[in-house]
Design a protein around this ligand. Structure first.
Ligand code: ADP
Length: 260
């Protein structure tokens, strides 16, 4: 858990926010945002915490769709943005601030100032946990976020595929370089249970994230299957943790949330 983590990284604290945790991946498309959303919703609804979700994936913000958020955020009298709340989670995303089809072509410094505004120019109120959906990869933007925000820890999401794991290792190294403790690795799209023959298929390989965690002496937080419902729920804007709370997948997300 977070409280057990020693040696927090230095950086800017957001007032009222107890812990900021990053959900990161070395590669895009491995299910980082899906994981961030389901974790945030599980932390709020199952663990009864005050939770915020910051979509820092400025290049491809998907939180507004996944959390069914509409409209531009309102501002307070002192011109702070009021996060949009749904399912008990306060959210902020670049996707709420720009037109839907507008290309987000930004250079590094603009990305950073946008992120800074989304983190500190937002009236988060009192939060136990702010979950940050990081941009994929280990470039400048990721490094700067890790240094600027006072992250309590990072969760790394990877599929069991070798090339994804290679990038996940890079991500883990980046966080340790800036002294952000790694809470653990989650394996997403672990296995596909065939609805016709009920046999598992290990589409991206078997057990890779667990092996990587062991090799790197990191905690292994669990595995999430590749499942049609996880995808459709995200597309419909009702995370599976809420739409089918008794499903195996929802319980797996809740398990991970309890380890955080
Ligand atoms: P990332 O944030 O890493 O780019 P996303 O969370 O946007 O990845 O997921 C990429 C795509 O894969 C999305 O269409 C999402 O709905 C789907 N997806 C993610 N995790 C799963 C899963 N466990 N089972 C089925 N589909 C998934």
């Amino acid at each position: 858990g977070l409280s057990a983590m020693a040696g927090k990284a230095k950086g800017l604290q957001i007032s009222g926010v107890k812990d900021i945790i990053a959900v990161a991946s070395g590669k895009g498309g491995v299910g980082k945002s899906t994981t961030a959303v389901n974790l945030a919703v599980a932390l709020a609804n199952r663990c009864q915490l005050a939770v915020g979700l910051l979509d820092a994936d400025v290049y491809g913000p998907s939180i507004p769709t996944m959390m069914k958020l509409h409209g531009k955020p309102e501002a307070t009298e002192d011109l702070k943005m009021i996060p949009k709340e749904n399912y008990g989670v306060k959210c902020m995303s670049m996707g709420l601030l720009v037109e839907k089809d507008a290309p987000i072509v930004w250079r590094g410094p603009m990305v950073m100032s946008a992120l800074e505004k989304m983190a500190k120019g937002v009236e988060w109120g009192k939060l136990d946990i702010l979950v940050v959906d990081m941009p994929p990869g280990t470039g400048d933007a990721q490094l700067t976020i890790s240094q600027r925000l006072q992250l309590s820890g990072a969760i790394i999401v990877s599929t069991p595929q070798d090339i994804a794991l290679l990038d996940a290792r890079r991500g883990a190294h980046m966080f340790s370089k800036v002294n952000v403790p790694i809470i653990g690795i989650i394996e997403n799209m672990s296995c596909f249970m065939c609805p016709h023959c009920s046999q598992p298929s290990f589409i991206f390989g078997e057990g890779g994230a667990k092996r990587t965690a062991t090799e790197m002496s990191l905690d292994y937080l669990g595995d999430i299957p590749i499942e049609m419902d996880i995808r459709t729920c995200c597309d419909e804007g009702v995370p599976i943790v809420l739409s089918s709370p008794d499903s195996t997948s929802a319980m797996k997300y809740t398990d991970v949330a309890q380890k955080v």
